[in-house]
Design a binder for this molecule. Structure first.
Ligand SMILES: NC(=O)c1ccc[n+]([C@@H]2O[C@H](COP(=O)([O-])OP(=O)(O)OC[C@H]3O[C@@H](n4cnc5c(N)ncnc54)[C@H](O)[C@@H]3O)[C@@H](O)[C@H]2O)c1
Length: 360
């Protein structure tokens, strides 16, 4: 495939790693990156090493602003976080610490402005407002962007919000690949593949384990969103929590959070690919922020009936040594490349990870 020029929106825990992993893949050139405070653009290719070094331990994390009609980078809770002494927040954080970065109040619009020279945009933005990512997609469509957009969002309900905008995206020439991280994403694709033995799928069980000790500082955005899946919490309460409140909650659980029946889009993404009903998909897992070792092995189990009447369970298992960062960003970039192949073939609209696997 020809060289792919790509942009990353959001250079927090995930976006930084996307840039890093892209250096190990053929044909990918990062030409733009932004966070809430700044933007870096170089059509000949960003100096990724410099950008990563400048933002190491210094990401502009925290809840995104709620301003949907523009992308004014208000502090969105970062001031509260700063007063808690968390180093990666504050006015000087993130991309503007890089010599390639420029401060801006309109980081996403600045990337949209350059999007004629961009083949793919990876959205590693927070999902603490359900329609934030769909609205960003719409803004690219309104600017007649032609190319790929891909996100690593988790919440089931967001897929419908993207589908609602599909006509606009198609008209613009956008191939939007949604839910293409680890889960949903990698594991959704694995479930679609595992389902091929069966003519009828009864159940899909996804059980993940993540150990984040050395990556905890960099992944606070993800941890905050995961907290919204605990009993008694939702996206609004998680968004409003101070860093101190999050630490308190983590202390109460001795650093280990266990999740059941998560609203993960694997369910709707498998249903829209015709594999099973959304209600037959169950996602849960264990997050340990005090150990690098996975607290449990990540597995995908697909139970179904074969054409000749046998009932069986196909299981896909990740090695415990593969990190969350490897399992989100490798697949995200793989799905980005699959998206570009489709876009160049004129396939526009909204696609899930299971749509890019063998059909069912
Ligand atoms: N599907 C999966 O397997 C999977 C796994 C991990 C994380 N995620 C998701 O990835 C997303 C990113 O997580 P993270 O840990 O990198 O978060 P983070 O908080 O570390 O990073 C978010 C980035 O977005 C930027 N940002 C916020 N508001 C912005 C705005 N208005 N304009 C421009 N930039 C803005 C921030 O400055 C930051 O750089 C989350 O939604 C998380 O749930 C998905």
């Amino acid at each position: 495939m020809d060289d792919i020029r790509f942009a990353v929106l959001g250079t927090g825990g995930i976006g930084r790693r996307t840039l890093e992993v892209s250096q190990h893949k053929d044909g990918l050139t990062a030409v733009a990156a932004c966070d809430r405070n700044g933007v870096a653009i170089d059509h000949d290719g960003l100096d990724v090493d410099e950008l990563l070094a400048a933002t190491e331990g210094n990401i502009a994390s925290g809840p995104q602003d709620g301003g949907f009609d523009d992308d004014v980078a208000t502090d969105g809770g970062a001031a509260a976080a700063k007063s808690d002494g968390v180093k990666q927040h504050g006015e000087e954080a993130g991309i503007i610490a890089s010599e390639q970065g420029k401060p801006t109040e309109t980081p996403i619009d600045d990337v949209i402005h350059e999007s004629d020279a961009v083949d793919a945009v990876l959205l590693a933005l927070p999902n603490l407002e359900h329609d934030f990512i769909p609205r960003v997609a719409e803004r690219f469509a309104e600017a007649d962007y032609e190319g790929v957009m891909i996100d690593v969002l988790k919440r089931s309900r967001v897929i419908g919000m993207l589908d609602d905008r599909e006509a606009k995206l198609k008209e613009s020439g956008i191939t939007f690949v949604c839910g293409a991280g680890a889960t949903p994403g990698f594991l959704t694709g694995a479930a679609a593949l595992a389902a091929q033995s069966f003519v009828e799928v009864e159940e899909v069980e996804i059980w993940w384990g993540v150990g984040l000790k050395s990556g905890y500082e960099d992944n606070r955005g993800t941890v905050r969103e995961d907290i919204a899946h605990l009993d008694g919490y939702d996206i609004e309460t998680a968004r409003e929590m101070s860093e101190a409140e999050i630490e308190e909650l983590i202390d109460e659980h001795d650093g280990v959070l266990e999740f059941h029946d998560m609203e993960h889009a694997d369910d709707v993404l498998l249903e829209r690919a015709g594999i099973c009903d959304a209600e037959d998909v169950h996602v849960g897992g264990v997050l340990d922020v005090r150990s690098d070792e996975k607290p449990t092995t990540t597995t995908v189990s697909v139970t179904g009936t074969t054409f000749d009447g046998e009932t069986g369970t196909n299981t896909f298992e990740l090695d415990d040594v593969t990190s969350m960062e490897a399992n989100v960003n490798g697949p995200a970039l793989g799905y980005l490349k699959a998206g570009v192949r489709n876009n160049r073939a004129g396939h526009y609209g909204v696609f899930g990870p299971a749509d890019l696997m063998p059909g069912f």
